[in-house]
Write a protein that binds this ligand. Structure first.
Ligand code: HEC
Ligand code: HEC
Ligand code: HEC
Ligand code: HEC
Ligand code: HEC
Ligand code: HEC
Length: 379
């Protein structure tokens, strides 16, 4: 009895810790606060809209902005957000209709740059997806959520404790090797549970969550050679690469109704999601902490860095896996050695550019244009 009271206290304690960890596992996933150094963050940008608009929580002074991307073209949105009065004055029908519907209340001008407005539009789209996401959809029958390791951990610890306590005090087991087996089994089971939790929390290299639909990059980008940017349309022009919505899948899967490995089952889920108008909740694999800025377009477009330099050979992956640790050292290592592409007009103002043209220097690394400055990557 002496042993059981501390034992039970210990187990309750570990249970509480494990549950707390599970709760925090996804909460770091706010991909909304990143900005290019020169840009204000999306959250900051949206602050001045929030007086009059919500995203998915009904109309205030202006309309609910959920799904606004589907209602207008990007060009229209940029113009309207920057200078709604001139769009209305130009006689644009949908602008005038809105203006009438909202009691001829003019929306104020915003001195946001084009890039900022574009980024804000992506932000509204991401927030729309969050606001529409039905937590019960699609992940009931497919375990996209992370498996809890609480029970394996507790069972492992029980084995371990019993093995040790019995060996030292209780002495129920006749043969000592039974205790050794119990201790080893306990160590293995609890150790595995702890490493899995650690990987999940740190979302480190090797992170490979289950997805709500068994989408395979090997079949799409590999065997069928579909271009990465056909689906990840943001990679070349915005800070987010973006994951495609169901209507992009249906460009092909309206016709292709049968998969080579999964038959109709997985493809039917796309149709189900589309018909119900509910976004597919893909589990996020790559993710940066909130204090770091990262922009795809800067790397893919300006820097001509290939997807595989950062994401590995995605076209060979069935299920997507994180191949780099996304640590600061990883970013810096590449910036130290990688050459800047000067042909993109971005660096015409740099003094190195003249030296490069005159042949005085052969090449310039990212480091030499400031790629190691703390504030380029941090707020
Ligand atoms: C003072 C209130 C106010 C503020 C601030 C404001 N809006 Fe508006 N917004 C409106 C009103 C009112 C309308 C309806 C059209 C009209 O009356 O001009 C509107 C319409 C819109 C529309 C078209 C919506 C649709 O359903 O078609 C978009 C997009 C929009 N606003 C985006 C923004 C963004 C982005 C910001 C912040 C940068 C912002 N608004 C700030 C009042 C505001
Ligand atoms: C047919 C559309 C399609 C094509 C083509 C495609 N992807 Fe994807 N990609 C997706 C979907 C859907 C997801 C989300 C599901 C998943 O993670 O498997 C995704 C996820 C990813 C992720 C992980 C995103 C995260 O959650 O962090 C990366 C990285 C990625 N793709 C890179 C690539 C690269 C590189 C290529 C080209 C070699 C490519 N993709 C081609 C549709 C596509
Ligand atoms: C450009 C065309 C195209 C797009 C876009 C596309 N697919 Fe596919 N998909 C294919 C082809 C081709 C196959 C293979 C069919 C075959 O080999 O019989 C396939 C197969 C599949 C399969 C079955 C895989 C298996 O092994 O059984 C699934 C599931 C699937 N796609 C999901 C998606 C999802 C989800 C999206 C959107 C993110 C998407 N596809 C977008 C062309 C496309
Ligand atoms: C310089 C490294 C680098 C390159 C090159 C790169 N990525 Fe990424 N990618 C990242 C990082 C870092 C993240 C995590 C970003 C975050 O959390 O904001 C990421 C996230 C993603 C995501 C997750 C969702 C999102 O919208 O950001 C997808 C999808 C993706 N990348 C696809 C691609 C594709 C496709 C390409 C090539 C066209 C590409 N990436 C090129 C580093 C890179
Ligand atoms: C595989 C190489 C590679 C990796 C990995 C990489 N970068 Fe870069 N990065 C580049 C290149 C090349 C450029 C220059 C792009 C250009 O020409 O503007 C760049 C530019 C930048 C800039 C702009 C710097 C400036 O001087 O304006 C930022 C910010 C940045 N990267 C952040 C990151 C972060 C954060 C990570 C890690 C998550 C990262 N990068 C990982 C290659 C890389
Ligand atoms: C090329 C981009 C880049 C540059 C330049 C850079 N960092 Fe970082 N930094 C990162 C990334 C990415 C992380 C997140 C790493 C992680 O989560 O493991 C990070 C993480 C950190 C952290 C740890 C925060 C934490 O949560 O653990 C500190 C502190 C930090 N950076 C300080 C600096 C300082 C000081 C400088 C200037 C000398 C600097 N960084 C320059 C990309 C950069």
């Amino acid at each position: 009895m002496r042993f059981f009271i501390p034992l039970i206290t210990f187990l309750l304690f570990t249970l509480i810790i494990c549950e707390a960890q599970n709760k925090t596992a996804f909460s770091g996933d706010t991909n909304v606060q990143k900005a290019l150094p020169s840009m204000r963050s999306d959250v900051e940008l949206f602050e001045s809209c929030a007086r009059c608009h919500t995203i998915g929580k009904g109309k205030l002074i202006g309309p609910d902005l959920a799904g606004v991307k589907a209602r207008h073209s990007e060009e229209w949105l940029i113009n309207f957000i920057q200078t709604s009065d001139s769009v209305i004055a130009s006689g644009d029908t949908s602008a005038t209709r809105l203006y009438e519907a909202y009691n001829k209340l003019p929306m104020p001008r915003h001195d946001y740059s084009r890039d900022e407005v574009k980024s804000l539009i992506h932000f509204i789209a991401l927030e729309t997806r969050k606001s529409e996401a039905d937590p019960n959809f699609l992940d009931n029958d497919f375990s996209f959520a992370h498996h809890s390791n609480t029970w394996p951990f507790i069972i492992g610890v029980l084995f371990l404790l019993f093995g040790i306590l019995d060996l030292a005090f209780i002495k129920l087991m006749k043969f000592k090797f039974v205790n050794v087996i119990l201790i080893l089994a306990g160590l293995t089971i609890s150790g595995k549970a702890v490493t899995e939790e650690a990987i999940y929390l740190g979302r480190s290299q090797g992170f490979e969550p289950d997805q709500p639909i068994k989408f395979s990059h090997r079949i799409h980008a590999g065997e069928n050679k579909i271009d990465c940017q056909y689906c990840h349309t943001g990679a070349g022009e915005s800070r987010y690469a973006l994951v495609p919505s169901a209507d992009v899948c249906l460009n092909c899967h309206n016709v292709i109704r049968n998969g080579p490995n999964t038959g109709e089952e997985e493809i039917n889920k796309i149709h189900e999601a589309f018909e119900q108008g509910i976004p597919i909740k893909w589990a996020r694999v790559y993710s940066m902490p909130d204090h770091v800025f990262f922009s795809h377009s800067q790397h893919v477009n300006a820097g001509k860095v290939e997807c595989k330099d950062c994401h590995g050979e995605v076209e060979k992956m069935g299920r997507i896996q994180q191949v780099n640790d996304l640590s600061m050292g990883w970013c810096i290592d590449c910036h130290r050695t990688r050459k800047v592409q000067f042909d993109n007009g971005y660096y015409l103002s740099y003094k190195q550019h003249e030296d490069l043209l005159s042949g005085k220097i052969k090449e310039v690394t990212v480091e030499e244009v400031g790629g190691l400055n703390c504030q380029k990557c941090h707020y």
